[in-house]
Unconditional design. Sequence first.
Length: 438
Amino acid sequence: MPKYLLEDMVKAKRERQFTKEIKKEPKEKAPKIITQIRQERSKEKNILPDDTKSRSRYMLWFIAAISAVFCLFALSFLFGKAEISVNPKTEDLVLNENLTAVKDSTNGPLSFDLVVIAGTANKTIQATAEKNVAIKATGTVLIFNTFSSSAQPLAVDTRLEGSNGKMYKTLTKTIVPGISKDGTPGQVEVGIYGSVAGEDYNSDTPLDFTIIGFKGTPKYSKIKVRSKPGTNITGGFVGLAPDITDADKSAAIADLNNTLKAKLLQKAAGQIPGGFILFKDAVFLSAGSADNEPNISFTNNKDNSMTLTDNGTLYGILFNEQKLTQKIAQDNIDKYDGADVYIPNIRGLTFSLSNKDNVSFNDLQNIDFNLSGPAKITWKLDTNKFTADLLGKPKKDFNQILSRYANIDSAVLKLSFPWMQSIPDKTKGIKVIVNYPE
């Protein structure tokens, strides 16, 4: 037993010594292995030459640049827009032109239409004096034509005999329409006044009338006249009454006429059809004046005041704006070809009717007038046609396309991307802005 124990101890000692030697050996050899590994890696890095590596990098950048260019062109194709700012052709004129127009003309001469609106305005003023007055009663009647399908004209001061035995006269000239095709009698409204001043001609009840001039003819019973429903014949008076001075009276009548004209003009504005123009100087008011008192009635009030009532009719001369503009262009522009034009400030031109004091608007058929003032003739552009001509065209052809349009003075094309070489081929990608003068 002791023999083997000694051998085992020696053996164990040798094993420990050998183990230590083995553990020491890798530490000594490690630097060599690491150096070898580093050398091999260095060789791997130097497999490709330097010029090959440079070409590879350039190729990658080239591919990236091509891709970027492709993306930009794709972007412009999808989202590219064109905006064209157009300055239309214009020509400045100073008009002083005499023109002639025919009512309701459809062919040939320049045409005009007439708007007619009747109305009433009142003004109350305080009396400053008294005087003996003789005032005629006034009212309104309806005249019916049951005699014929032909219209019946009636002169101013046509005499009417009322069912109260009093005689009245019409205030204005009028025409009673004939019987319509369905048998409806023609009808017209007209103002009347008592033939004699005084309260006896006032009436709070409706009256029937006959036309004295038709007595002894079939028209006497067929042309019927009655008080307008809801109205009375009033204002007749003889005696001492509150009064105003001539100066106050003239001022009141002038103010009343202006009030009535403004009232009727506002009403007329709503009746002017689209495309027509009513010059401010082409409006005429047939109303009362100091020398034409049948249209003016005076009512004395209990509070020592006086009410003036003005019955008037407004006549407005209407023109088709497009036809009038083309007539002006035709007369003032050399080689005018009938192109679509307009005058931005046409309503500011001065209208003057020849012989206006002698014009009878009730039967007006022809007028002579003058238009004066600065005017800017402006050519219109058909933007739909212009857009269609631009679709998909190269940018370099833009000026050539413009040369086809005599109604364009100049235009500027703006593309949303500077590298775009053509105009979009879709209508929604083109915006045309026409800089029409105001």
